[in-house]
Write a new protein. Structure first.
Length: 350
């Protein structure tokens, strides 16, 4: 018997959901569309993987991830009580949304920015206040952003921003933290490729959470490990919301190994930043308009402003980049910084 009844909540029925970047199965492409690190993880990760005790898999992992949190805390000069870890930074964002915004509350974010933020609002039954970024050839925070966002429980700010790569001035973040009445979550997924970060603001603002991921700068996208830094009081509350065992034992061990290898981390990061400079210079020479990037990708518009045309031409020639529809974003393509060899292939076909 045919049954057209839906059992889902109304907001779930009506939403589209998040659309990830293409993940081709055949891997015949030069893949520059999802901001993955082009280099392998630290050799310390492989060493830790080989030495894992399979017998431990029958046991639950440490629910508090104590060793991993202490390692993170030591790197940032914080206490373990100021750290929470999750199954990728998306898990951290979900925990944050569930902890601070209830049904019929509001969540604020900029536009364009990470497209998961409005999806999280929809899942929670929240209204999403989208604040358009200013645009003058690059993207910037409007001066009245905190005023427009007030009334919301939570303000998501990606810094550097995705998909633009823009590093908003730290003074603008400070102003928002001071004037916004709710929680400010600065999503620093790409901060390791930037000139500065907002971790130093945590002592100044009790309403600030800084999110990080190990998917980009640590080459661990397939492992799924994200974390957040905040006051002990904020983290204590978020701990109530997370799944009991949200980070598996192998992930905790391998992430700890990667974090401790600071030499490899710094070498890999510098290689990506060096290739980014080469890519930006080459695109400018070809007449592209390039946003000021402080991330492991660049947002670039061709001379004819036909971003979709560039995306399709590159895909036809075996190179994947990311295209975002929209009156402004449609002019651009987002290009992940790959190896020098991959970027040379991109430039030959662009």
């Amino acid at each position: 018997m045919k049954n057209n009844k839906s059992y889902f909540r109304k907001n779930i029925d009506e939403m589209d959901g998040y659309t990830p970047g293409e993940q081709p199965r055949d891997m015949k492409y030069v893949k520059l569309n999802t901001n993955e690190n082009p280099y392998p993880p630290s050799p310390a990760v492989m060493k830790a993987l080989k030495s894992l005790d399979a017998g431990r898999l029958r046991l639950y992992p440490d629910p508090l991830a104590c060793e991993l949190r202490k390692t993170i805390a030591d790197i940032f000069g914080l206490k373990s009580e100021s750290i929470i870890v999750g199954n990728g930074s998306d898990d951290i964002l979900t925990i944050t949304t569930r902890a601070f915004a209830g049904e019929k509350d509001s969540i604020a974010c900029f536009e364009p920015s990470y497209s998961l933020y409005p999806v999280l609002a929809e899942l929670q039954g929240c209204r999403c206040i989208k604040i358009p970024l200013g645009y003058d050839g690059d993207f910037y925070i409007p001066s009245d952003s905190a005023k427009k966002a007030n009334g919301a429980k939570l303000f998501y700010i990606a810094r550097p921003n995705a998909p633009t790569g823009t590093l908003f001035p730290i003074g603008e973040i400070r102003k928002i933290c001071r004037n916004f009445k709710g929680i400010v979550f600065v999503d620093e997924a790409y901060a390791d490729f930037a000139d500065d970060n907002c971790v130093g603001l945590l002592e100044e603002f009790p309403n600030l959470i800084v999110g990080r991921t190990m998917s980009k700068s640590y080459s661990l996208a397939g492992l799924r490990l994200g974390f957040a830094l905040a006051s002990g009081k904020i983290i204590e509350g978020m701990m109530k919301v997370k799944d009991s065992y949200n980070v598996g034992m192998p992930v905790q061990v391998l992430a700890t190994a990667a974090l401790k290898d600071r030499k490899y981390f710094n070498e890999t990061r510098e290689k990506i930043c060096r290739t980014r400079r080469y890519l930006v210079k080459s695109l400018l020479e070809k007449g592209f308009e390039v946003c000021g990037s402080q991330s492991n990708f660049v947002f670039a518009a061709p001379p004819d402003k036909d971003g979709e045309g560039v995306y399709r031409r590159l895909k036809k020639n075996g190179v994947l980049v990311r295209y975002f529809k929209g009156p402004v974003t449609g002019r651009y393509v987002r290009i992940t910084v790959g190896t020098d060899k991959e970027i040379r292939i991109l430039l030959r076909n662009i």
